[in-house]
Write a protein that binds this ligand. Structure first.
Ligand code: ATP
Ligand code: FE
Length: 337
């Protein structure tokens, strides 16, 4: 089975070709245009997708050494995401499936962040059911009970900002360019995580909150800069390490609670923040210290990519879960709906 997958939910245009569960190509065109605005500008994103989609698909097919006539089906991200961005991928996928007379498969982007673990790639093992999935990305923070590929239940989620936003907004407050998450990670590796104390939010159960952290960082930076205008520059690694430490504590506390409540000790992370070196190390440690079995995707399957859409496409193809040409994009699209 050859699946062509298309992902265009936010600001990355991506296309991948899979042969069954193996990734033959996974091309990602990152849109640089948003950097100078300090965040994703939806109108510019959809325009850039329109420019990128044809060359990106061509490149994915070429790298996979597959002719479009060999394709078994086309999978695309139906949602959630930015409407204008989603529409570009959806329209392209629909027309190509019509032109080639092959099935069309719709994929939920957040389910794909979790199911990326089923890609067959060296160094990755597939979790067994049931497991706990934690989606940590630019728009979501959820703990999900995964009973089967298409049987998922959200146990808790953020009440305000997503964890990726917490990284990016904190980064902005200390003058790092968008997207700041990876830069906080890089600086944090050189700093002292206990240098500064930031309060953890008090949220009951398995829900999260990150907006308070942003505010306390803002006040902290304002206060310290008044005393020393060069405070941020002089302490950038310690600030990043402390911010990241606080975020990781919040995530790990909730994961521990979820494991306690469900008795499930298999934990898989997914989404852009799963690329963070700190969370990867924490999860690895948890195997030793807490006796969990943990699953961490390869970097290229954490941030937005079409390979994860392709693996869901393959799994749905097996079950003949096809969709027809009337399907529309869905900006809000809950997991398991
Ligand atoms: P969603 O998946 O919720 O729709 P999205 O697709 O925009 O949102 P992803 O591409 O999955 O988000 O993740 C992007 C986020 O991941 C950004 O907020 C980015 O800063 C963050 N991120 C990427 N790498 C790292 C890292 N090493 N450390 C911390 N955050 C990171
Ligand atoms: Fe994503």
């Amino acid at each position: 089975i050859y699946i062509l997958a298309i992902e265009s939910s936010c600001d990355d245009t991506s296309a991948a070709v899979l042969c069954n569960t193996k990734v033959l190509s996974n091309v990602v065109a990152t849109q640089e245009i948003h950097k100078k605005y300090g965040g994703v500008v939806p109108e510019l994103a959809s325009r850039a997708h329109q420019q990128n989609i044809v060359p990106v698909v061509h490149q994915a097919l070429a790298e996979a050494n597959i002719d479009k006539k060999q394709l078994s089906a086309i999978a695309f991200t139906r949602g959630p995401g930015l409407m204008g961005s989603l529409l570009v991928g959806a329209s392209f996928a629909k027309s190509l499936s019509l032109g080639l007379s092959i099935p069309l498969i719709e994929v939920n982007h957040m389910e794909a962040h979790i199911l990326a673990h089923f890609i067959d790639d060296e160094g990755m093992t597939a979790p067994t059911f049931p497991f706990l999935g934690m989606t940590i990305s630019g728009g979501h923070t959820q703990i999900v009970r995964v009973n089967n590929y298409f049987d998922m239940k959200v146990l808790g989620e953020t009440l305000d900002d997503a964890v990726g936003e917490a990284f990016d907004k904190s980064a902005k407050l200390i003058g790092l360019p968008y997207p700041g998450g990876p830069l906080v990670d890089k600086n944090a590796q050189l700093g002292n995580p206990r240098a500064f104390d930031f309060p953890k939010p008090k949220v009951e159960g398995l829900n999260f909150s990150f907006s308070g952290l942003k505010t306390s960082i803002l006040y902290f930076v304002q206060r310290e800069t008044k005393k020393n205008p060069d405070f941020v520059a002089e302490n950038i690694t310690d600030i990043c390490a402390s911010v990241q430490f606080t975020i990781l504590e919040i995530l790990m506390d909730k994961l521990k609670l979820a494991v306690k409540q469900t008795g499930i000790e298999q934990v898989a992370i997914g989404g852009g923040v799963a690329a963070n070196s700190g969370i990867r190390a924490r999860l690895k440690d948890a195997e030793e210290t807490l006796g969990w079995k943990t699953y961490i995707p390869k970097f290229q399957y954490c941030t937005d990519n079409a390979a994860m859409i392709g693996i869901v496409g393959y799994l749905k193809f097996q079950e003949k879960q096809f969709t027809d040409q009337r399907v529309g994009a869905k900006a809000r699209y809950a997991i398991g709906s």
